[in-house]
Design a protein around this ligand. Structure first.
Ligand SMILES: [Mn+2]
Length: 342
């Protein structure tokens, strides 16, 4: 059992409250302030997109120097960089996706960004590249050939692995949004692709709770499946109220029992003992005032830590006795009584 965890969050988790239906409602914070807030809240790592670390208008010849300055800032504050994620969905040239775009120019651009991300990751001291294939799907299914798309995604992963002998790819899968349908919607899809790559030992997954829920799956089962393959190298814990847009709600805020099951599988299977970090990918509500728009992070962390205590304190023998007797009604009430002690 592992009960010692390191926490991380993305710079995007301290945000202005803008959504597809309205502009910012809070001022933007600069990078230093975001890192200081994370540190103050007890976080150990920060997560970055490639252009969060180094803006795209910084010339390639200055990337290393830019990273050195950034690393000094994060080190002085006391944070490490968990991963770099190439943002291959925002640029208008990625409107049809990156690796699976029907435009050869866009596919090359996506690869260039991945290689640039690897360079940045090396400079910032992480071997983790998170690949969220946000637009690697279709608006209409007839727009792309699916088998061609799978091959292009495999080629993309191989090109990254071949570019650097140490870098690891963590696929963060999601079934929909912004696209209608994705080509690799689930952990299982990505794991199957991992084994086809030139180096399966350097390909794994990062699982976001909300993405599993959007698939109609239980996040703890998705995590368990990746743990079974020894490929759960990151998590984005949050919550999600039903099948709708990706909500990134405070961890445990919708379904505390579902959150407990995620914590329990991480605790029981030593997540974190090989450097894995508990990422909290949560968003503040649009109604939250600027000066108190960090509670979603501190609340998620508190919920996680209290659920760890529940996982530690629960009577495993009594739990097992109900399993052995196949008395799942009694097991259910035993669990509910334990949760009601929170
Ligand atoms: Mn999300």
């Amino acid at each position: 059992m592992n009960t010692e965890f390191k926490f991380s969050a993305g710079v995007w988790n301290l945000h202005t409250g803008a959504d597809p239906f309205g502009p910012p409602v809070r001022p933007e914070r600069d990078f230093v302030e975001k890192c200081q807030i994370l540190k103050k809240l007890g976080f150990d790592y920060v997560q970055l997109h490639d252009d969060d670390a180094v803006p795209m208008d910084v010339p390639a010849s200055e990337t290393a120097a830019y990273c050195k300055k950034l690393k000094t800032i994060t080190s002085d504050i006391g944070l490490e960089v968990e991963f770099i994620a190439p943002r291959i969905w925002e640029d208008p040239r990625f409107a049809d996706g990156g690796p699976t775009s029907n435009s050869a120019v866009s596919r090359q651009l996506a690869l260039d960004r991945a290689k640039r991300s690897v360079d940045i990751a090396n400079e910032l001291g992480t071997d983790r590249i998170v690949l969220w294939p946000a637009r690697e799907g279709t608006y209409i299914r007839e727009a792309k050939d699916a088998i061609t798309a799978y091959q292009r995604l495999l080629d993309y992963c191989n090109a990254i692995l071949n570019f650097d002998p140490k870098v690891r790819i963590l696929g963060e899968m999601k079934p929909n949004e912004p696209m209608d349908l994705m080509y690799l919607p689930s952990t299982g899809h990505m794991l199957a692709l991992c084994y086809q790559t030139v180096d399966p030992s350097r390909t794994g997954v990062l699982i976001e709770s909300a993405h599993s829920i959007l698939l109609g799956l239980d996040p703890s089962d998705e995590m368990a499946y990746a743990l079974f393959h020894k490929k759960l190298w990151g998590v984005h814990l949050n919550d999600q109220n039903g099948l709708k847009f990706d909500q990134d709600k405070t961890f445990g805020s919708v379904d505390l029992r579902r959150a407990f099951n995620q914590v329990d599988v991480l605790v029981r299977h030593d997540f974190g003992k090989n450097g894995e970090v508990v990422g909290l990918d949560v968003k503040a509500m649009r109604t939250q005032a600027h000066d108190i728009s960090t509670k979603h992070l501190s609340n998620s962390k508190e919920v996680f830590e209290r659920l760890v205590q529940l996982a530690v304190s629960i009577d495993r023998q009594e739990w097992q006795s109900y399993v052995d007797a196949q008395d799942y009604e009694a097991l259910e009430m035993f669990l509910l009584r334990h949760f009601l002690k929170i």
